[in-house]
Design a protein around this ligand. Structure first.
Ligand SMILES: [Zn+2]
Length: 171
């Protein structure tokens, strides 16, 4: 008797094939490397890198990611808060980001909605209203001292370039 088709397994196989293909393509230099194009472009390696970056960063994209773009004080704060959240969830020893969030929420496992809500609230803490909440709890925000610090705090696939909105060039 034929086995029933396991849809989930089939999807996972397809996704892992696609990810392998993307990684292979992303492993190449930008097609316009020699011409010193500023930043990522629409060549296959750049598009593959951008796609992998989005795939890796979906956990850190909440309700209003576009609020983190630009140089307004609130954009800088929200970007820094989002970057700090990602750094904390990806760099502390042991476990995975998913197991860390599950532990914070007291759950066995987490789903994309849990990440969406958590990341949205974290970013919200850096808004003007969120800052009032933190201030009431006696936390105070310290402005970044240099432009370099601001740039290195750019989150995931969201990055401001000369055209206003762009993708990071590293997966
Ligand atoms: Zn390119």
């Amino acid at each position: 008797m034929p086995q029933p088709l396991d849809i989930e397994q089939a999807i996972n196989r397809k996704l892992s094939t696609l990810t392998t293909a993307l990684r292979t393509i992303a492993n190449n230099d930008c097609d316009f490397f020699e011409e010193h194009q500023p930043g990522p472009c629409t060549c296959p390696p750049c598009v593959a890198k951008a796609a992998l970056a989005v795939e890796n960063d979906w956990r850190y994209i909440g309700h209003r990611p576009e609020r983190m773009l630009g140089t307004s004080p609130t954009a800088i704060r929200e970007r820094a808060m989002n970057a700090a959240w990602k750094k904390y969830m990806t760099s502390i020893g042991g476990g995975t980001p998913d197991s860390r969030l599950a532990s914070i929420l007291g759950l066995d496992e987490v789903n994309p909605r849990d990440w969406y809500v958590a990341t949205t609230i974290i970013q919200w803490l850096a808004t003007n209203v969120g800052q009032c909440t933190l201030s009431d709890a006696h936390y105070h925000y310290r402005q970044p001292v240099s432009a370099e610090q601001i740039v290195t705090q750019m989150p995931g696939p969201f990055e401001v370039d000369n055209h206003g909105f762009g993708m990071k060039d590293k997966p």
